[in-house]
Design a protein around this ligand. Sequence first.
Ligand SMILES: Nc1nc2c(ncn2[C@@H]2O[C@H](COP(=O)(O)OP(=O)(O)OP(=O)(O)O)[C@@H](O)[C@H]2O)c(=O)[nH]1
Ligand SMILES: [Mg+2]
Length: 179
Amino acid sequence: MWSIILSSEISKIVKVTFIGAPAVGKTTMLKLLIKDHIDRFYIPTHGLDLRTVKFDDYYLRIWDLAGQSGYLRTYSKDYLLGSDVIFIVSDSTPRNVLNTRELINYACHFVGKECPIICIANKQDLVKSDGRMDAKRVEDLLRVKTYGLTAINKAERKTLLNIIKKELEKISVRRGLKE
Ligand SMILES: Nc1nc2c(ncn2[C@@H]2O[C@H](COP(=O)(O)OP(=O)(O)OP(=O)(O)O)[C@@H](O)[C@H]2O)c(=O)[nH]1
Ligand SMILES: [Mg+2]
């Protein structure tokens, strides 16, 4: 993959980082983006998973960080550095949303103002049946821009790409690629 990226395209490489507690759906989002098969088995990520997705004329380097505390507390700091955008993923349960607040505070220490921290309130398919919070409620509690998603639904790939697209526009302006 890397060998076919021309030097003129380097400014189009964007680091997109997913971080969040175990089993909130980060790897499912990665699979959604790379159009991998989404099954319902939970296989915890160890360390991190790193993939490149070509989108418009950008190369999205997706960093999917393991949520288990051993990894989260030891490696995430180094992995967060250099992110162009960080998506903090929640499974939208009241308990996890509270933990997500702590994680936002943690991430804020390692990235500058130029890197937005955005919440994805995942598992929105369970809002009615399982008492999950809707995205608006999560946003009110966390006070960071929040988007709702159901990552197991293949049709929501477009939703996720649109969320990323909004950030890409801002990144282009920051890099002087667009006015
Ligand atoms: N109902 C529902 N389940 C989901 C959704 N997204 C992911 N899941 C399920 O949640 C479980 C955990 O998903 P993963 O994507 O592996 O979670 P993760 O955040 O990568 O977990 P770690 O790698 O341990 O940090 C899997 O069984 C998924 O099928 C969703 O939108 N709705
Ligand atoms: Mg994972």
